[in-house]
Design a binder for this molecule. Structure first.
Ligand code: 13P
Ligand code: SF4
Length: 319
């Protein structure tokens, strides 16, 4: 604890010294969430992280999360220095959607509007017409469907399936998934629901369809947080990365939050209910990158103008 407190002090001092601001995702360690908020930065979902990074005056952004979040920040603000605690922190959705195969898929279906999830590389974004996050995917696909568009969707098949069921849009789907949300199991969830009959079930739409079908509320991390505050209930079962529990509990003292069951347990299943890449973000790394300027996010400058287009569409749509 003494070491943690010293690192936090060091980070507070360095943020000021370097005119830097911290942006953290809800899935990273509580220390990094609290520090971001307390120092004038932001803890939020991937959509609002992107908007905040773009709009903040600081010339250095420290993005605690995974690589696509740092890359999005860089694409939106190429003139800023974007640092990440660990540049190896990736995402199974990004890894599962390599640009060459994805480009070939797009080339084979030129009649479709390409809608890509934020959890992708800059090169994949540069092939997209629209970017979405789970906060706005439903509304954006609905609007495209209403205008008569047929969709090519990538990479998360569970989120895509959820949106297809909700909107009835014609969606051709890439076969990717999130290794964390993919582990939530409907059968075990039903068992926990029987033990807690009063509990409301909150589910992130990266989860499998049978889990989504059991939900009282389905939505992004920020939508889950909103539902927990607004729903008239004292108990909740939550199917998303357990990094989320920190904000859920601190903003709702007195309410009980239970983790939805996964296939394995923490001893046998490394990715169960906590993203191994989000877990790579630590206090010592934040202090080190701020002090040294190491781990700067770099995006091929040739890609930036084209990769920015679908992000701008999303930010304008949700403004
Ligand atoms: P949101 O914060 O946009 O819901 O994203 C969830 C996620 O998995 C990010 O990695
Ligand atoms: Fe990717 Fe899933 Fe980790 Fe989010 S939680 S970064 S979607 S692997």
């Amino acid at each position: 604890p003494a070491e943690r407190a010293a690192l936090k002090d060091q980070i507070r001092r360095l943020l000021k010294e370097k005119n830097a601001v911290m942006v953290s995702h809800y899935y990273v360690h509580p220390d990094l969430q609290d520090l971001a908020e307390e120092t004038g930065g932001l803890v939020s979902d991937s959509l609002e992280m992107a908007r905040f990074g773009r709009d903040h005056a600081a010339q250095t952004l420290v993005v605690s999360g995974v690589r696509f979040m740092g890359e999005t920040a860089k694409i939106l603000s190429p003139e800023k220095r974007v640092l990440m605690p660990d540049l190896e922190a990736t995402c199974s959705l990004d890894l599962g959607c390599p640009v060459d195969a994805f480009s070939a898929f797009c080339d084979a279906h030129p009649d479709r509007t390409v809608v890509v999830y934020a959890n992708t590389s800059a090169a994949v974004k540069a092939r997209a017409d629209w970017l979405v996050t789970s906060s706005c995917a439903l509304e954006i696909v609905q609007a495209l469907k209403d205008k008569g568009h047929k969709i090519l969707w990538a990479p998360d098949r569970h989120l895509g399936g959820y949106i297809q069921r909700e909107t009835g849009a014609d969606m051709l789907m890439w076969n990717g998934s999130c290794i964390v949300h993919d582990e939530f199991k409907a059968f075990e969830l039903e068992g926990l629901m029987r033990e807690h009959p009063q509990a409301k079930v909150l589910v992130h739409p990266e989860s499998p369809a049978h889990v989504v079908a059991l939900a009282d509320a389905v939505g992004s991390t920020s939508a889950i947080l909103k539902a927990a505050r607004e729903m008239d209930a004292q108990e909740f079962i939550v199917a998303t990365d357990n990094g989320m529990m920190h904000k859920l509990r601190t903003l709702n003292p007195g309410k009980l939050f239970l983790e939805a069951p996964t296939a394995g347990n923490s001893a046998t299943c490394k990715s169960c209910a906590h993203c191994p890449w989000m877990a790579m973000n630590g206090l010592a790394d934040v202090a080190r990158v701020l002090a040294t300027g190491a781990n700067e996010v770099r995006v091929d400058p040739a890609l930036i103008p084209r990769a920015r287009q679908p992000i701008d569409c999303m930010l304008a749509f949700t403004a």
